[in-house]
Structure formats: C-alpha cells, structure tokens
Design a protein around this ligand. Sequence first.
Ligand SMILES: C[S@@+](CC[C@H](N)C(=O)[O-])C[C@H]1O[C@@H](n2cnc3c(N)ncnc32)[C@H](O)[C@@H]1O
Length: 196
Amino acid sequence: MFEFHKKLRSLTFFDPACGCGNFLVITYRELHLLEWAVLSASRESGQQVLDVQSLINIDVDQFYSIEIEEFPAQIAQVALWLTDYQMNMKISEEFGAYFARIPLKATPHIICANALQTDWAEVLRPERCSYVLGNPPFIGYTQRSAGQKSDMEVVCHNIHGAGVLDFVAAWYVKATRYMHHTRSLSLSKGLQTLKL
Ligand SMILES: C[S@@+](CC[C@H](N)C(=O)[O-])C[C@H]1O[C@@H](n2cnc3c(N)ncnc32)[C@H](O)[C@@H]1O
C-alpha cells in the first residue's frame, strides 16, 4: 500500500493542448480519490492518522501542459488549484483535521505556446512522463489557416502525403516521436498510455 501511495506521487501527466484544463482537472480529481482510498484503507487497517497534512503527497506540480491561448492557459492553472482546494476540503471533512495548502507553493507547469513549434521534451523530459493525454484540435485540410498549414509542415515535412491529414495528426506524430526519444525500453515503459 505504501509503495502504491509513493507511486501516485511519482506519476506525471502531460496534455499538449490543454485548453481550460478539463482533462487535467478530472485526472487530478481521480488521483486525489486514489490517494484518499489509500489513506482510508490505512486508517481502517488500524494505523492512526494523526497529521493528515503530512500524508497528502500528490500535488498540482505533477501536471504539465501546453496551450496556445493565454486565457484558457490561465484558467487551467487556476482550475487545478481550485480542484486541489476542493479535494483537500473533502479530506479535511473525512479525517476531521483542517488541511489547506495556503500559501500556494506548488504550481502546475502550464506553458502558453504553440505545441507544434515547441520541443515537448523541454516542457517535460519524456523519460519522466507517465501519461500523454488530451483532446487536440481536429481541423480538416481545407479549413486550416496559413499558420496551421505551416505548423503541420514543420511537424510532418518528412511524411509523404501528410498534408491532407487532419490537423490533429500533427499531435500524434509529435507524441510518437516524444515516446521514441525515451532512452531505453525501460524508460519508454514510463510512457504508459498514449491517449490523444
Ligand atoms: C478541443 S480543445 C481542448 C479542450 C481541453 N481538453 C479543455 O479541457 O478545455 C483544443 C485546444 O487546443 C488548443 N490549441 C490549438 N492549436 C494549438 C497549438 N498549436 N498548440 C497548443 N494548443 C493549441 C486550442 O486553443 C484549444 O484550447
């Protein structure tokens, strides 16, 4: 159980088109619920939980993302902090000890940038990434702006016929390369799920 609890803290999540952060928020909430289940189970197994604050490991700094628009990027950051606060209030009720992370120390790593022109490894080293997730934009060949066409060319320049693919394909290509650049089989195992 302790190993599992430690593992929850070690996981990292990367959304390279995070918008307002819904996917990150849901992931964080579920991670919190898992931690909560671990703490409840250790209490039921007879262990006293005297200081709940010292037992809460997971935090918003396990989340990494890129978003091209400034406004949603800011919302995503605040949304993660709000989720953290809400989940901490629930834990406070359950364990009868008030717990709030004020002042805020940890920060989600949300970069406002063009994900197709950014080296993802600079946002999060691939060997440290546990999950890539998200919902990047779907835009057909004829609907793309000039900027989006050129972004697609930058990413897919060496792929024959890629110009007619949907814009979202550029995220798949980048995600595949990102996973490929993990240094060894055991490191690449770190990237357990590719869900775009
Ligand atoms: C379908 S929305 C994702 C919604 C997101 N899951 C949420 O919870 O809000 C796609 C997002 O990709 C962003 N986007 C579009 N092109 C991008 C690019 N080149 N780099 C980074 N983000 C981009 C859009 O601004 C939009 O917020």
